[in-house]
Ligand binder design. Structure first.
Ligand SMILES: [Ca+2]
Length: 140
């Protein structure tokens, strides 16, 4: 699963709907005009592309997301000040949080826990520092 998106990058995601074996054996097939109805209400999937498998048993609704830069808060792992960049400011903020000097929001807590051990510590601060200084290239 992707949790970090790069600016000016195109991402594609798809929704797959598969017929049950029972439905397939009963002769049901997906077609280009297949509509999804939930509780009697037709859901407008509005996909960028639709693809039906050759045997009609699988429908794929595809979407294209383009990431564009914005001034709004950016959610990048390690980027606790949410400016979309990971630098020494973030490392210092994580350090201060781990020492109880500043309080983080839930989002910041999630972004700052770069080693994903469930809490913010100096280990996270050091990892962010190393990332900012290009000593490491990711947090894995
Ligand atoms: Ca951590």
């Amino acid at each position: 699963m992707i949790s970090t998106f790069k600016a000016n990058t195109e991402y594609k995601y798809s929704l797959y709907i598969k017929l049950t074996e029972e439905g397939y054996n009963a002769g049901y097939r997906f077609g280009e005009n297949t509509a999804l109805s939930l509780n009697g209400e037709v859901i407008d999937l509005n996909p960028d592309y639709v693809s039906i498998s050759e045997d009609g048993g699988l429908a794929q609704f595809g979407y294209v997301l383009t990431m564009t830069p914005t001034d709004k808060p950016s959610f990048v792992t390690g980027g606790v000040n949410m400016d979309g960049k990971i630098n020494l400011i973030d490392a210092i903020m994580v350090q201060k949080n781990s020492l109880g000097i500043i309080v983080f929001t839930d989002e910041q807590l999630a972004l700052g826990d770069v080693n994903k051990d469930g809490y913010i510590s100096l280990v996270d601060a050091i990892m962010i520092q190393k990332y900012a200084l290009e000593i490491i290239s990711d947090f894995d």
